[in-house]
Design a protein around this ligand. Sequence first.
Ligand code: NAD
Length: 250
Amino acid sequence: PLNLRGRVALVTGAAGGLGAHFSRTLGRAGAKVVLTGRRLDPLQDLARRLGEEDGIEALAISSDVSDADSVHACFDAAQDAFGVVDIVVCNAGHAATKPSLSMSDSDWDQVVNVNLKGAWLVANEGTRRLVAAGKPGSVIVISSILGHRVAGGVVSYAVSKAGVEQMVKALALEWARHDIRVNALAPGYIETDMNREFFSSEAGQAMIKRIPQRRLGQARDLDGPLLLLASDASRYMTGSTIVVDGGHLQ
Ligand code: NAD
């Protein structure tokens, strides 16, 4: 049931970090993969590597998730190449770590425009096309445990992630009749190139000690939940959030 052969998956923010990993995981499960992000070069490079290393059919399209026209054009190009996208992964994210009193309104807008409005634009555009084609689909929004438990300096990020989880519930209610499922995946602290240095610092090590499993997550720890949500194995799940955090929220 985790097989994705014949499916077309679109991943936003796919150039690096978790997005690149998710793209490879979905491709290895058999899906054709549309890699999207703001800069084309790293996406094209990843598409080439996915093809050479894993025989994955991947297409790179540049797109800004916070811009409705850009999202529309991106789905047009994806559909022309591979047909209607039926797995949508809203992964693009922006984190501005700053105390609220030092934050500008543009700092706020940037985080909320990417994480919340961007996820809505992409989920909506994908679903509009699935409904028009009369096809079922799965939308996965990448949230965070910071949508559940706050920390200092992350107010806009925490609000945006709490927001996407409410959004998933509201959209699930509207889209169930069209056979479109929409769920959130909320990772805890997952090691990536961007945060490796921080987590090897003293402050980072202290944070790891507070995780019951006493380690950072690895991108591959998200593979099972991602494939579950993407595939028919979760056919009776919609409006749910899967938390993958080594017990951190307990
Ligand atoms: P990352 O910064 O490596 O990836 C985010 C990607 O989104 C980047 O490729 C970035 O260019 C892209 N992006 C930003 N703004 C965009 C826009 N306007 N349009 C298109 N793309 C845009 O970080 P990551 O750790 O790989 O995070 C991926 C997702 O996982 C994010 O939603 C993040 O909030 C979430 N997350 C990460 C962790 C973690 O510990 N790494 C934990 C919980 C949640």
